[in-house]
Design a protein around this ligand. Structure first.
Ligand code: FAD
Length: 410
């Protein structure tokens, strides 16, 4: 049995980054990872390119985490996007940003981010034991005992960084929720998020693969508007995907209604003018300037019962209004959310009211800390989830160091 200052469960970005910060202060750190290698999920982020974070003022980040943004403020302020950028450039990983504000390694290889974390761990003597799934955690004296199939380890402090439940093949299969529950923590109900949705009586099965830029999706719950999202949309064989839907999925439950505008909001008036004033032109031709994919346009015109060759002059006021409606406010009912095997993150997790947002220490069990996606935090696409993982890891690590320096400190 070996005694460590800190045991970290989970070698994802949160666990590894916290390990480097505590390890560099000459504290003994053990990271236990279930998979045979660390950072499996990190390697598939951004399709292997790793969208690490986003540009902009850190205060602009708060709104990207929904109601949980308030909890994250101290962590994001403690370790912001600019801190994350300078941290990795300082470790020899140059970063680059696109016009859309997303920040990636200049090599566009997630492997470079993981390599930098692994190198730092080695440099600071952090022990990373892979292929050791933690099966049981308990109190041992004033500290903790952690069991794996291979052995039992002891530590003064404990950080749980086991991630969420999405993409379980990467190792994040929700084990941490049981560990937190065993310590008396509540788990806010979990669900897949940043995931496609299926649509009931979906009219676009054969248009799978059609994508549209700059659409607006309005979300309705029991008839009441509950949110509005903008971005690119992708039609799938059984529903909708693309950034606008992935972001909306963080708030959707089956049975919710969504209204899709296939055109940018600001072009609605232009659409009305066009359909009113195009006279003998075919409806399809009159709508060419809106640059909708032809197959989709044909389907939408068909959905409201307008014959394919109809001219604008043939349109009754009612059919014109129906066409405007289906183009700018197409009503669909969500059948289901894509499962954990395709969801990029998990919403829900360790309930935030039982965690001190200024330290990320448990309010239930002294000496226990949390970082990363295990917490009831999820963000939009665009680098917000990795930023949350690194920011919570940095804050937890620095709080852990204070505890190690001053036992009994909050
Ligand atoms: C396909 C995909 C693409 C994504 N792209 C992006 C992106 O580009 N930008 C972005 O910001 N976010 C992205 N995300 C989200 C991001 O990857 C996660 O939010 C982030 O990895 C969370 O970090 P974490 O360290 O908290 O958890 P994880 O990365 O999930 O790491 C947790 C670790 O704990 C280990 N573990 C679990 N249980 C045990 C146990 N019992 N014992 C020991 N170890 C255990 C797991 O094996 C895993 O290695 C993406 C997610 C997916 C699935």
């Amino acid at each position: 049995m070996t005694q460590y200052d800190l045991i970290i469960v989970g070698a994802g970005p949160a666990g590894l980054f916290a390990a480097t910060r505590v390890g560099r202060e000459r504290r003994t750190v053990l990271v236990l990872e279930k998979m045979t290698d660390p950072g499996r999920k990190l390697l598939i982020t951004g399709s292997g390119q790793c969208n690490l974070t986003h540009t902009g003022d850190i205060a602009d980040f708060f709104g990207h985490y929904g109601k949980q943004g308030a909890f994250l403020k101290p962590a994001l302020r403690h370790f912001s996007n600019t801190d994350l950028i300078s941290s990795f450039t300082g470790l020899g990983v140059p970063l680059t940003g696109g016009d859309d504000g997303k920040i990636f390694p200049a090599s566009r290889k997630a492997q470079d981010i993981l390599d930098a974390l692994n190198t730092e761990c080695r440099k600071h003597g952090v022990a990373v034991r892979c292929g050791e799934a933690v099966t049981e955690i308990g109190r041992s004296g004033d500290g903790f005992s952690v069991k794996t199939a291979v052995g039992e380890y002891h530590s003064t402090l404990l950080l749980i960084a086991t991630g969420g439940a999405s993409y379980p093949a990467t190792g994040s299969s929700g084990d941490g929720y049981a560990f937190a529950t065993a310590f008396g923590h509540m788990i806010a109900e979990i669900a897949p998020a940043l995931t496609p949705v299926t649509i009931r009586e979906y009219p676009f099965q054969d248009l799978a693969g059609v994508s549209l830029q700059n659409c607006t999706v309005s979300l309705f719950k029991q008839g009441k508007k509950a949110g509005m999202f903008c971005g690119d949309l992708l039609l799938t064989h059984d529903g909708l995907s693309g950034p606008v839907i992935l972001n909306a999925s963080r708030y959707i439950v089956p049975g919710d209604e969504i209204r899709v505008s296939f055109l940018p909001e600001e072009r609605r008036e232009e659409l009305v003018q066009t359909l009113t004033g195009c006279g003998g032109a075919r409806v399809k031709t009159a709508l060419t300037p809106f640059q909708l994919p032809e197959r989709l346009l044909k389907r939408l015109i068909g959905l409201v019962g307008i014959p394919p060759e109809a001219t604008c002059a043939h349109l009754t006021r009612a059919s014109r209004n129906q066409l405007i409606q289906v183009l700018t406010c197409c009503l669909m009912t969500v059948g289901a959310l894509g499962g954990y095997h395709i969801a990029m993150v998990t919403r829900g997790g360790v309930a935030l009211d039982e965690v001190n947002r200024k330290t990320l220490g448990s309010r239930v069990t002294d000496g226990l800390f949390f970082a990363g996606e295990i917490l009831d935090i999820d963000g939009d696409t665009g680098g917000y989830n990795l930023q949350a993982a690194f920011s919570t890891a940095a804050l937890a690590a620095d709080s852990l160091l204070i505890r190690l320096d001053t036992p009994g400190a909050e």
